[in-house]
Design a protein around this ligand. Structure first.
Ligand SMILES: [Zn+2]
Length: 250
C-alpha cells in the first residue's frame, strides 16, 4: 500500500507539473514566444518566403523540426525544387507527399476565369488549409509532433479566409477533440500578425535563404515578374530597399 501510495503521489506530482508547464506554455504561446526547447515541430513548407521563414523560425526556437510539403495536382516543378532546396539548406528532414486529387482553381478554370480580374484566384485551392492541416495532423500523431507551423501572414487573411485566426482556432479545437494516441498537436502561425514587409525583415534576421524561394504563380522557368505573386514580391523588396536575388523574366 505504501508503495502504491508513493506511486500515486509521483503520478500526481507529474500531472501537476505537466499542467503547470502547459499553463506556462499557453501564456508564452500567446505572448508570441515559446521557450520550451526540444519539442517536435512540423512545418508546412511550400517553397515560398512565408513558409521558409516559418521553418527558420521553428529552428531558432530549438524545436526538433521536420518539414512537410504536399504535391497537389500539377504543382509547378520550380516550387517543388524550391521546397527541397530550402529544406536541404536548413538541414531539415522533408516529408513529401503526393495528393494529385487536390487542384488549384487555375487547373479547373484556366486564366480566363479570374473574378473581377483578381490574379490571386489562380492560386486558390478550395478547403486548402483544412486539407493540409488534416494531413499534417495525421502525421503529427504518429510522429509525436507538438506544433504544426503554418506560414500565413496578415495580408493572406484579407483574401484567403481559411488562413484567419478563427478558422485555424476551429481546426485546433477539432484536434483537441480528435487526437487519441498523443497529446494534441496545435497549429501555430507565427506570421499571422505580420505584413509581407515584416515577414521579409524577420526572414533576413533569421538568415532565410530567400534566393531559393519561389513566389511566381505561373509555370515559368524564372519568376515571370508579372503575376500577383511576383508583383507582390517585387513591391516588398522595393519597400525595404534591398535587392532580390531571384531572376525575373521582366
Ligand atoms: Zn510570376
Amino acid at each position: 500500500m505504501v508503495i502504491a501510495g508513493v506511486a500515486v503521489m509521483r503520478v500526481q506530482v507529474a500531472v501537476d507539473k505537466s499542467l503547470a508547464l502547459r499553463q506556462v506554455m499557453y501564456r508564452m504561446r500567446y505572448d508570441g514566444d515559446i521557450h520550451d526547447r526540444g519539442e517536435r515541430a512540423l512545418v508546412l513548407l511550400s517553397g515560398g518566403i512565408d513558409s521558409a521563414t516559418c521553418l527558420y523560425w521553428a529552428k531558432s526556437k530549438g524545436y526538433d523540426v521536420h518539414a512537410l510539403t504536399l504535391n497537389y495536382y500539377n504543382r509547378w516543378v520550380k516550387e517543388i525544387e524550391a521546397t527541397r532546396l530550402i529544406a536541404r539548406e536548413a538541414d531539415t528532414r522533408l516529408i513529401e507527399l503526393d495528393i494529385p486529387f487536390v487542384k488549384e482553381a487555375f487547373d479547373i478554370y484556366g486564366y480566363r476565369e479570374y473574378r473581377d480580374g483578381d490574379m490571386r484566384w489562380s492560386s486558390y485551392i478550395p478547403s486548402k488549409n483544412l486539407l493540409f492541416y488534416s494531413i499534417a495532423a495525421h502525421l503529427a500523431e504518429y510522429m509525436r509532433v507538438r506544433w504544426i507551423v503554418g506560414g500565413h501572414n496578415r495580408d493572406d487573411t484579407l483574401f484567403f479566409t481559411d488562413t484567419r485566426r478563427e478558422y485555424i482556432d476551429g481546426i485546433n479545437r477539432l484536434f483537441r477533440q480528435g487526437f487519441m494516441l498523443n497529446e494534441p498537436a496545435e497549429i501555430v502561425t507565427p506570421l499571422l500578425d505580420l505584413s509581407k514587409v515584416d515577414v521579409i525583415r524577420l526572414a533576413l534576421h533569421l538568415g532565410v535563404p530567400l534566393e531559393h524561394t519561389w513566389s511566381c504563380h505561373t509555370r515559368a522557368e524564372r519568376h515571370c515578374g508579372r503575376c500577383h505573386g511576383c508583383r507582390s514580391r517585387k513591391d516588398v523588396f522595393n519597400a525595404i530597399g534591398i535587392m532580390d536575388t531571384v531572376e525575373y523574366e521582366q
